[in-house]
Structures are given as C-alpha cells and as structure tokens.
Design a protein around this ligand. Structure first.
Ligand code: MG
Ligand code: MG
Length: 282
C-alpha cells in the first residue's frame, strides 16, 4: 500500500502528495493565524487553544496531542527554550520575547509538520538576526532537495549557511525527519555534516526540515517536565520547520501557502547572481 525505497523511505504517489499538501496547508494556515495572534499579554496556552480550534475547524486532528503523552496541540518554546515547550498559562508573553511555535496536523491520514519563531512586539536586534539566520538556513536546506542529491546535503547546506553568518550554536542531537503516514518516519535528518552521503533523493520522498539555532552554546538540556529542551547557557534559540516533497520539478514546500515558490525562486536567483558577481579587489 505504501511504497518504500530500499532505505525504508516512504515514496508517495502523486495522489498521496496531493493529500500531504492538503494536510500541509492546514498547518500553514494555522501557523499564519498564530503568527498574527502573538502579542504581549497572551499566554502560550491561549495560542494552543487558537491552534486546536483552527485545526479541528478544518476537519483535521492535532498530531502532537497525545504523541508520546504530549499534552497540547502545539509546542511553544519561549526565549532559551529550543523545542518541545509545553504551552501553559503560568507565563505571559512579554515585549522582547521570542516564541517558537511548532504545529502538526493529520488530515485524511497524512501528516503536516511546520514551525516558526516570531517576535513578541519589539525584540533585540540580535534576536531578529538569529531568527533570520535560522529561517534562511532552513531554505538553504530545502533547496538541497534535488533528485539525485544526497540526504546529508540538507544538513551541509544548513550548517554552512549558519556558520557563514557568525558564531551560533547548532544543537547536534535534534534534527528533521521523514514524514508521511506518520509524523516521524525514517530517515533522521541532521542539521549539520558533510555533503554527498546517505540515500539519494527520489521523487515522492517527503522530509521535515527543521534547523534549531542558538545565540550561544550548542549544548542543551531537557527540563524536569521531560519535554522542554533549553539551552545550557540560557541564551535564546530559534526554530523553523517546513515539510517538503521531492519532485522532478524541484522541492515543493507542503506547509508553505505558496508551496515555497517565491522564496525558492529568489534563492536560486541570489545564488546565480552571487556566482556571477565579480570577486572584490580583482
Ligand atoms: Mg515540528
Ligand atoms: Mg518535525
């Protein structure tokens, strides 16, 4: 019923990719709603309620709720929390915070998974830059999803971009994953490493690509709630994620409203122009 390649990676048919896209759009619309809802005075639990209503309102099911006992619809990770924060009403969002919102939904048996990090009001310029670098590294990783390329090209492009932008920490123990009839499927997708290794990309493969980038150390710990991952030095962290399909025509971003076309076209143009630009001083 579900075809897998010899590495155990699920290969979707065109019809199945359409269903993945429908699930992805539920997540995309939910995250856009959350993005426009974030403001000082709300609690992460308020955002969780907004997300659950939006997902169920589209006839989908929140995939995180009950996943290995997780109690909520979204992961909400504030400031030094890297990922897997449990939404609560013990903390009110304050001007200057950054909050990562990770959201997953199941529609008709197919999964979408995506995350954004957004500022609460005005934030420190270093945090704005951290979010920009993290999101851009995700797009570099997405652009690596070309038929014939290798799995490790994703992490290579993510790490290369982050390192080119300054001294940031990339937690090595967390990464992306295959996605389809389950949220977390083979293979694991590192956010670092060397290119040209691992399985080759084939049309119909889908991956969740999700860099986490820290302002300080790459080292993390898990809090006593057994979920929340925080940076060891207490400095802020950002997280972006998209679910992406490999096609003959290039990557299709299932959890982006426009399928990622605008950003991927601009990135291709920037990379071309960069390659053509004269070397300074020559
Ligand atoms: Mg996620
Ligand atoms: Mg994920």
């Amino acid at each position: 019923m579900f075809k897998k390649n010899r590495h155990g990676i699920q290969i979707k048919t065109a019809e199945q990719l359409d269903k993945m896209r429908a699930a992805g759009l539920v997540v995309a619309r939910t995250l856009e709603l959350l993005r426009s809802s974030v403001r000082p005075g709300l609690t992460p639990l308020d955002l969780d309620a907004i997300a659950e209503e939006a997902i169920r309102g589209e006839g989908a099911v929140p995939s995180f709720k009950g996943y290995q006992g997780f109690p909520a619809t979204i992961c909400a990770s504030v400031n030094d929390e890297v990922v897997h924060g449990i939404p609560s009403d013990r903390r009110t969002l304050r001007e200057g915070d950054v909050i990562s919102l990770d959201c997953g939904a199941i529609l008709d048996g197919w999964h979408g998974d995506s995350a954004i990090t957004v500022p609460v009001g005005e934030v420190d310029p270093a945090l704005t830059e951290l979010m920009r670098v993290t999101e851009e590294s995700m797009w570099r990783g997405i652009a690596a999803l070309k038929v014939g390329g290798h799995l490790s090209d994703i992490g290579f492009q993510i790490e290369r971009y982050v390192r080119s932008q300054g001294r940031y920490g990339i937690p090595q123990e967390y990464g992306g994953h295959g996605i389809g009839t389950e949220m977390h499927m083979d293979p694991w997708v590192a956010n670092h490493g060397r290119p040209g290794r691992g399985p080759r990309f084939e049309p119909g493969m889908c991956f969740a690509i999700e860099p986490m980038v820290n302002l300080g150390t790459d080292r993390t710990k898990v809090l006593a709630d057994d979920w929340t991952v925080v940076t060891l030095d207490g400095k802020a962290s950002a997280h972006f994620e998209h679910s992406v399909a490999v096609t003959e025509d290039g990557p299709v971003v299932l959890t982006a409203l426009d399928g990622g076309r605008d950003r991927l076209e601009r990135l291709a143009a920037e990379t071309r122009d960069g390659a053509r630009a004269p070397v300074e001083g020559s």
